[in-house]
Design a protein. Sequence first.
Length: 496
Amino acid sequence: MASFRTVPARGTATAVFWIAAGQAYEDVRELDKLVRERTPASFLARTKDYWRLWANKDEAIAEHLPEDINGLYKRSTLVIRTQVDNRGAIIAANDSDVLRFNRDTYSYLWPRDGALVADALDLAGYGEVTRRFFFLCGELITREGYLLHKYNPDGSLGSSWHAWSTPDGRLELPIQEDETGLPIWALWQHYDRDRDIEFIRPLYRKLVRTGADFMATYREPRTKLPAPSFDLWEERRGIHAFTTAAVWAGLTAARNFAVAFGQHELAKRYAVAAQEIRDAALVHLWDADRGRFVRTISVMPDGTIVKDATIDISLAGIFLFGLLPASDERIRSTMRAVEDRLSLKTPVGGIARYENDYYFQVSSDIASVPGNPWFIATLWLAEHLIAVAETPGDLDRPRAYLDWCARRALPSGVLSEQVHPYTGEPLSVSPLTWSHAAYVRVVREYLDRTAHLNRCPACGHQTGRKTRLTDRLTAVPDGDESALVRPDSPPHVLPW
């Protein structure tokens, strides 16, 4: 029987209700009885204690970060966890407000987003959460070796606007190929951190080899770059710098796995394909006249290459996945152009996604507002600044971008996809899982670089806290498949 309390005028009262779910009435009745016996307060306290312990897995992190950044970091790990299904799907967002704009939600698994989120969770020490994601990718990959646009949380195909044929009736794959490369890249990062052979073994043939065989052959014949697919923003088809870097990273990861499993012929095949893609990228995606990389090229039927020189934060993928080091002058010049052109010249600040970004566009003043500021874009620029920092003072600028994110978060600590360029109010979905994952990653890299730059020059002792940052994938000269990604790791053979 329900009981009611009288609440006086201007007074307050607390009411507690609960929902019991079960497959049979008896299950529901037992759950209800349990709550009544133990009281709702005990369950609330137990839940609070559990998640407080979970979020403070790395308690020392608070010693080296200001309260606002530390708080947002921990809140971000919790937000990410709420978006990870216990069966592996990592959901982009669960905010329904976006229905008013594009008549669909973000409540899907995008393999690319999932891979980047999984990698951030691994960096933060939550590898046990990410394993189910990799197993799910192994179940979802097609027999031909590619992952499709997006999936519902249960693994069924999600809605898509990528057509299976061109207007003239020619069939084409409706894929974003970075969504095939990045889960394999992230899987190698995961394995390289904990070396769990038993976990990797069933995924090697199912996910790694199947995906790598596809990426090695799905190529544009004239340039040897990855064949055209849709870009990471899902807006245009072509050969993209970000996708090229992701495919290279996936093939390089597959090469590393093949070496580890003692399959040297496969390793050589993947290494050669990766090297060809890298060589072609440095020729066709580099624009010497502009002194920077271009985001997309298209190969015409007569072999002519048409460049899309729009400045896009996705160009950061070239260093994010190791195709070139962040310190390479070609990357430096590209990222200088990104910062110069995509920085918002309003009091709100931040970095736009690309020039004249139409998505949720609120200003036609492209010179001052090239697009709305995105958390991902702002953090990717910060990641480059961290990577090239040579003195502790060089970390002031990326630290300012971390502060920017903390200021632009909602009072709850939630990060949206983007914010209004004049008011700073959240736009599109909130929270966006990818935004929180990017924040977690950059905080970890900021701490790692801080520790490295503060080490004692005489003895090498770290005067700051040292957090592990997995080495970037590196190119293999002349297709040498015998070298693993980490030069200090001896080759080893895994049972398969």
